[in-house]
Write a protein that binds this ligand. Structure first.
Ligand SMILES: NC(=O)c1ccc[n+]([C@@H]2O[C@H](COP(=O)([O-])OP(=O)(O)OC[C@H]3O[C@@H](n4cnc5c(N)ncnc54)[C@H](O)[C@@H]3O)[C@@H](O)[C@H]2O)c1
Ligand SMILES: O=P(O)(O)OC[C@@H](O)[C@@H](O)[C@H](O)[C@H](O)CO
Length: 472
């Protein structure tokens, strides 16, 4: 006779889901509409709003970009989620309650209703650099297929736009129709002069549809420029499990960030704003020095490490920085960038030292593949200005050029090359020698591609980090 043994393991206890019943907190009225409900919005703008002294008056309705998933998951938690501050020494956990509505970005009706509501004072954006669809001249590329499709939809008066810019323009048209008054658009994407970029993109798209609307936006919408900083990698399953183990509830939307955070803003808020300064935000008249310091030193080093590091077989920022060849490249780029940074109180040596410590935080697994995406757009802000400034000063700009050369090698080697100009880069990579370099450089900066000396410099630098096939 055989005896069948049955597992006597106790059934797993289902932990309660994080929501406003488990963690009672009143919902603030919606006064901020956000486009781009991603990881960074949750670790930064929503976190600052949660900590403002007047947080009870400032709720955020946050819309996703491409898919509804993040909104569905957050809506099940009444907008609550956990911010995990991950330091070298350990994790700390805090529940953030400023997001009071999480909405699928395709819900144009809800977006228009909220933007048209007189109570709405701020529209913030984290839609990624590439979503502004800037041409190499810094203006909206209205021939980009998705932009052209949205323009056709707007002109026909039927159907819903699919780009965040198209959706925002249609929502602003609803605000004009509702006579709801002026407000501020606060761009929080890593772009230089991001308020002006957002202005050019929004007014450019609106003007191609309805010149009167473009005039209304110019007269009624203040485009605030910002420098935003808090390293926030994509959340992993292990992060979700860590929150569950430490907090005793289920949260499917936690976000992990470094302890450091910084927010510098410049511009008007005609309908008011939260007291973000309570959480450390700084309001300045001239943002450019702060913006360049961050975009060149932090983001520039990130892009350099992303391409050089992956070519050298590394996966994360901390791993790449531990490679002496990559570290030397970063230090040389910083020397060039520093020579072109000016502004009182920038404290560059301390800033550089702090960056080395932040990048070396091995508990933050910041994946190089994520940083590497959309390089053709990012290099225009992270490498090109330093290269141009160095050459204008009579120097070679070799360290900034090395970042572009590493991107070129990566564009040829990567198994998955994510870029708005991926097809054009693939075509350029079918060329060889100088022609290939010129064609690739033309995707980043056509004027530089016409400079034979720069093309020669890049050609000599390609191959510095090897050309091995990289993991996607
Ligand atoms: N993660 C960081 O450490 C960090 C720090 C500073 C600034 N930022 C800025 O925030 C942006 C978003 O970063 P994240 O970490 O939240 O990314 P994420 O992928 O978590 O979220 C991005 C959001 O934008 C939407 N989106 C992405 N591409 C889009 C497109 N082409 N059109 C429309 N919507 C699009 C996504 O659907 C998502 O809602 C970055 O691109 C950067 O400019 C990020
Ligand atoms: O977010 P991206 O894609 O613009 O750039 C990748 C990283 O350089 C960036 O996310 C930094 O970690 C961030 O800007 C730090 O504040």
């Amino acid at each position: 006779m055989s005896i069948e043994l049955q597992s006597q393991a106790a059934p797993a206890v289902e932990l309660p889901r994080l929501n406003r019943s488990l963690r009672p907190s009143a919902k603030a009225p919606v006064r901020i509409v956000h486009l781009g409900l991603g990881a960074f919005h949750r670790s930064h703008q929503a976190w600052y709003t949660h900590q403002a002294g007047d947080a009870a008056d400032w709720g955020i309705a946050s819309f996703t970009g491409r898919r509804p998933d993040a909104a569905l998951a957050l809506a099940e938690q009444d907008g609550l989620y956990t911010v995990v501050e991950r330091a070298d020494s350990g994790d700390s956990f805090a529940v953030v309650s400023s997001i009071v509505e999480a909405v699928d970005g395709a819900d144009m009706q809800r977006l228009a209703a909220l933007v048209a509501a007189p109570a709405t004072a701020v529209i913030s954006l984290t839609i990624t650099e590439a979503a502004y669809r800037l041409g190499t001249d810094g203006h909206l590329d209205s021939t980009a297929p998705d932009v052209a499709a949205d323009l056709a939809l707007l002109a026909s008066g039927s159907g819903s736009p699919t780009t965040p810019l198209g959706r925002l323009v249609l929502a602003l048209a609803a605000r004009r129709a509702a006579v709801a008054g002026p407000l501020a658009v606060v761009c929080c994407d890593n772009l230089s002069n991001n308020g002006t970029v957002a202005h050019n993109a929004v007014v450019g798209l609106a003007g191609a549809w309805d010149a009167d609307l473009a005039g209304w936006i110019d007269a009624n919408v203040s485009f605030v420029s910002t420098s935003v900083d808090r390293i926030t990698p994509r959340t992993t399953d292990a992060d979700v499990a860590a929150v569950q183990a430490a907090c005793g509830y289920r949260d499917t939307s936690p976000v992990v960030a470094e302890p450091f955070s910084n927010w510098v803003l410049s511009g008007d808020f005609p309908a008011g704003r939260p007291r973000w300064e309570d959480a450390g935000a700084v309001f300045v008249a001239d943002i450019e020095p702060y913006e360049n310091r961050k975009l060149w030193l932090l983001n520039g080093a990130h892009s350099l490490l992303a391409y050089a590091g992956q070519l050298r077989g590394h996966t994360t920022v901390a791993q790449a920085l531990a490679d002496p060849l990559c570290l030397r490249a970063v230090e040389s780029f910083w020397d060039e960038a520093e020579a072109n940074l000016s502004g009182a109180d920038l404290q560059i040596p301390a800033y550089r030292a702090a960056l080395l410590a932040r990048f070396s935080n091995a508990r933050i697994a910041h994946h190089l593949a994520q940083i590497a995406m959309d390089g053709s757009t990012k290099l225009r802000m992270r490498a090109v200005p330093v290269l141009r400034a160095e050459r204008a000063a009579g120097r070679s700009g070799a360290a900034a050029a090395l970042m572009i050369a590493a991107w070129m090698d990566y564009s040829a080697a990567a198994a998955a090359f994510h870029d708005p100009l991926a097809e054009e880069a693939a075509a350029a990579n079918r060329l060889s020698g100088t022609e290939r370099i010129r064609a690739l450089l033309g995707l980043v900066d056509p004027a530089l591609a016409g400079d034979a000396a720069v093309v020669g410099l890049l050609e000599g630098l390609c191959g510095t980090f090897g050309e091995l096939a990289v993991a996607p």
